[in-house]
Design a protein around this ligand. Structure first.
Ligand SMILES: NC(=O)c1ccc[n+]([C@@H]2O[C@H](COP(=O)([O-])OP(=O)(O)OC[C@H]3O[C@@H](n4cnc5c(N)ncnc54)[C@H](OP(=O)(O)O)[C@@H]3O)[C@@H](O)[C@H]2O)c1
Length: 323
């Protein structure tokens, strides 16, 4: 089958290890389903895998991709949940210390077919397009859990999203504004700030810019480059929810004094559960939310999508169509 896979890894030149070509089809196994993909989404995770972050070299070649939607063996329209718990795990799979994401241990979704545990299939709402359904499993699910499970917010709260252009960031803005939060964003790029206003943000600021007032919560995925600003932007008792560190995980200052003196909460967040993915799909469908898609490409042209992401030249998701 056609697949997009990591053949080797390089921290400086991630695209050098990216291959688009034939890989063996997944084989049936008890308790697992094989999904014939219609569309698959790109995440920063795929770029990190090519850089050797989170994917040990001895597992190569590995088909990349965590996001996907397609048809199961019975013709049901499904969204693939990417968090694979270890055998016998009960409860919240994101808390399983031996969980993996698709493309870390098992081949991922950037392919014509993917195998996943049958319990990882979520029904695709009928009104949701394949391209939009393929955005939900990673960036959107992460945004959903950050906002609705981990931030402790109620409607009317003001939420700052660092780095307006990303897949998680655009999902946060679209979900938060639909839920009645006042959504503020920062971006390195004024144009991306303007586009965030078009999708529901209430105000946009430059990276690191002083805000007109402090906020109830900050959604942090940028990491080192924005950490101090995130901490300083919170009201006393406010919450920073962090799910990523694209610019690195060693900020110049940890801001420990700010954190204890103003009694801030720092909450880590990773992916979400199958139930949260199902709720997210329903929420998006019921509210008519269309995930912002920067670029749609056939899987054969996946390299162009990876290059855009590596250049930071995106507003929203990159989606690959599969035929
Ligand atoms: N924990 C989890 O389960 C989970 C799930 C999904 C994603 N993540 C992580 O979240 C991060 C974002 O993922 P994504 O798929 O949304 O990536 P993406 O689409 O490539 O977005 C990258 C974002 O980072 C911002 N950015 C990058 N470098 C920056 C810098 N030096 N200074 C300021 N802003 C910078 C960009 O904002 P502007 O260009 O607008 O400034 C953009 O919003 C990644 O680190 C990813 O690994 C974690």
């Amino acid at each position: 089958m056609l697949a997009v896979y990591a053949a080797s890894q390089s921290s400086d030149d991630p695209l050098s290890g990216l291959e688009i070509g034939e890989r063996p089809e997944p084989q049936p196994r008890p308790g697992w389903s094989i999904v014939t993909l219609k569309a698959a989404g790109l995440n920063h995770h795929d770029l990190f895998s090519l850089q050797g972050v989170g994917l040990p070299a001895d597992r190569l070649p590995m088909v990349l991709g965590c996001d996907g939607a397609g048809l199961d063996e019975h013709g049901n329209e499904v969204i693939v949940h990417a968090v694979i718990p270890s055998e016998g795990w009960q409860g919240d799979e994101t808390l399983d210390p031996r969980r993996t994401l698709l493309s870390e241990l098992h081949d991922g979704t950037l392919a014509q077919k993917v195998a996943v545990p049958t319990t990882n299939l979520v029904p695709k709402p009928a009104g949701l397009s394949w391209e939009h359904a393929a955005c939900l499993s990673t960036a959107w699910l992460t945004a959903y859990r950050m906002l609705f499970t981990n931030a402790g917010l109620t409607p009317g709260a003001t939420v700052l999203v660092q780095g307006a252009g990303g897949g998680v960031a655009t999902a946060l803005v679209q979900l938060g504004s639909a839920a009645g939060y006042r959504m503020w964003v920062t971006s390195r790029d004024e144009e991306k700030g303007k586009r965030a206003l078009e999708i529901g943000a209430d105000a946009a600021f430059g990276s690191g810019e002083r805000l007109p007032e402090r906020v109830d919560a900050v959604m942090e995925t940028v990491g080192a480059a924005t950490w101090s600003h995130s901490v300083k932007s919170l009201k006393p008792g406010g919450t920073v929810v962090i799910s990523g560190a694209t610019s690195g995980d060693a900020p110049p200052k940890a801001e420990l004094t700010q954190i204890f003196f103003r009694q801030l909460r720092v909450i880590g967040s990773t992916m979400g559960t199958r139930l949260e993915l199902e709720r997210l799909a329903q929420f998006v469908s019921h509210r008519g939310i269309e995930p912002v898609v920067d670029t749609v490409l056939p899987l054969e042209q996946a390299r162009d999508g990876f290059a855009k992401m590596a250049a930071g030249d995106l507003f929203g998701k990159v989606v690959f169509t599969v035929s």
